[in-house]
Design a binder for this molecule. Structure first.
Ligand code: SF4
Ligand code: SF4
Length: 471
């Protein structure tokens, strides 16, 4: 029985029994399917999404590790902008903490990659082998041509989806069309083949075999989630008082057909049909109370609501609710929960503001000016002294930009070099220039200013103090 596979809150040992959950229809199943479709559409489509700007990336998302550049729509991130990525990661981590404290394992049940891919694998399994009962019969049946064909085609489609997942992952790191052609022509980098092989096999094993064991054994989030939960956390709850009544659960017999007769005979509303356990992907019996194996997927809520409809009892025997709404909770504990939630929300707001500030104050370009050291000073045939410099401008915008270079504190004609530099989007350009001064002027000049002004964003002009050496 699947309930045996549930991890009781009183034990850390879980019996590993292959779980074949029953299908269920309902609100949460629909929400999960919608999220699955949206997530797959985004994941598989994004590398192919064309994005026209001057950066030359050609695709909306390109994580160009080779050239240390991330192209995200019109944003081009360079290594010096990694604080923005760090800010986004910190925000995501705090969001996960907040969601754990307020809504339990809702992320696990609806959004986690492991849950989404396992769900997709289960859809394939059901499509080929039929409902849970048919799958169980097939497993127990002796080997035959039909059994081999059904199991082989299930595994073939699993492998195909795993391969598509791995292949798509690599396309985020290069020109998708070119890399795809290179991969099938055998001309891609060895790293691409290794990545595809490793990801194909891990996806196949994780979603096809390990499934929710990953949630129990490997997932660190699942481990600390229980610590963050308190009576004000919204989780999947079985209304024990209503379900058990005075005399406990009871299947609907001839004498217990109406809600009134159940109430009069003091039986609870749970008809002990076990449907909530049979649909559970982790094999949890939620009627035993909160368990670490529950990923808050809501499928048992759908199952029980369907049963309640069929026996004409009110829905919500199993529901998303707060423990404090069901059991009497200490006022001190409620106050502490409110303080905790306020703290989490403040941290979330602070990290969002910080990340927004970092992203909005990204510089549209970088300019590094270095003085030539060997030799520091050159004496020309007319007796004037020359210092050499090199300017490197990196255009961090998604558009071609023209940069104007001006000096102040130098006599006219002493600057030799390009004063107008055009840099394509996302590219760097290096230009040499020199300053030559006649002897007496050179002796009087040891500093001058260099200003670089981007044509489209003159407000982002940068001025740098430069040195001039006469000896
Ligand atoms: S689905 Fe509802 S009625 Fe059936 S066993 Fe579960 S809690 Fe009881
Ligand atoms: S107990 Fe219910 S909510 Fe929890 S994992 Fe099982 S089906 Fe999902």
């Amino acid at each position: 029985m699947q309930a045996e596979a549930a991890l009781s809150s009183h034990t850390s040992v879980r019996k590993v029994i292959p779980i074949i959950p029953y299908s269920v229809k309902g609100r949460y199943r629909n929400v999960k399917s919608i999220i699955l479709n949206i997530a797959f559409a985004i994941y598989f489509f994004l590398p192919w999404m064309p994005w026209e700007n001057d950066s030359g990336a050609g695709q909306a998302i390109l994580l160009d590790i080779q050239h240390s550049r991330f192209y995200i729509f019109n944003l081009v991130l360079f290594p010096q902008d990694l604080m923005v990525l760090l800010g986004i990661l910190v925000f995501a981590a705090i969001l996960l903490f907040v969601s754990a404290a307020m809504f339990g394992r809702i992320f696990c049940g609806f959004f986690c990659f492991q849950t989404l891919w396992t769900d997709a694998f289960r859809f394939i399994e059901k499509w080929i082998q039929g409902e849970a009962q048919a799958q169980k019969r097939l497993r127990n049946a002796p080997w035959s041509a039909k059994k081999i064909a059904l199991i082989a085609s299930t595994h073939a489609l699993w492998l195909l989806l795993s391969f598509a997942t791995a292949l798509t992952f690599t396309l985020y790191f290069a020109d998708a069309g070119k890399l795809l052609g290179d991969i099938f022509a055998g001309q891609a980098a060895i790293a691409a083949y290794i990545t595809i092989s490793v990801l194909t096999s891990t996806t196949y094993v994780a979603a096809g075999f390990a499934r929710e064991d990953i949630c129990f054994v490997a997932c660190p989030y699942g481990k600390f989630q229980g610590v963050m939960q308190d009576p004000s956390t919204v989780t999947v709850i079985y209304d024990r008082a209503r379900g058990e009544g005075v005399k406990g659960r009871q299947a609907p017999t001839a004498q217990l057909k109406t809600p009134q007769s159940r109430q009069e005979q003091e039986f609870g509303d749970c008809i002990d049909c076990n449907y909530c356990v049979n649909v559970c992907p982790t094999g949890v019996d939620i009627r035993k109370g909160f368990q670490i194996g529950c990923i808050s997927c809501g499928l048992c809520v759908d199952a029980c609501n369907n049963i309640m409809d069929s026996v004409k009892l009110p829905r919500g025997l199993i529901r998303f609710d707060r423990d404090e709404n069901i059991k009497e909770t200490d006022q001190g504990m409620k106050r502490w929960s409110r303080i905790k939630r306020g703290g989490y929300m403040s941290m979330l707001a602070a990290s969002a503001i910080f990340t927004w500030h970092l992203a909005s104050s990204l510089e549209p370009y970088t300019a590094i000016v270095e003085q030539g050291r060997q030799p520091l000073v050159t004496q020309l045939s007319d007796g004037s002294l020359r210092n050499r410099y090199q300017v490197r401008i990196t255009n961090k915008t998604g558009e071609r930009e023209t940069y104007h270079i001006q000096t102040s504190g130098l006599p006219e004609g002493s600057f030799r070099g390009w004063q107008r530099i055009v840099v394509p989007a996302g590219k760097s350009y290096t230009s040499d220039f020199s300053v030559s001064l006649a002897g007496p002027m050179a002796a009087r000049t040891n500093r001058f200013s260099l200003t670089i002004t981007p044509e489209k964003q003159p407000g982002a002009a940068k001025t740098q103090e430069m040195s001039f050496f006469a000896k």
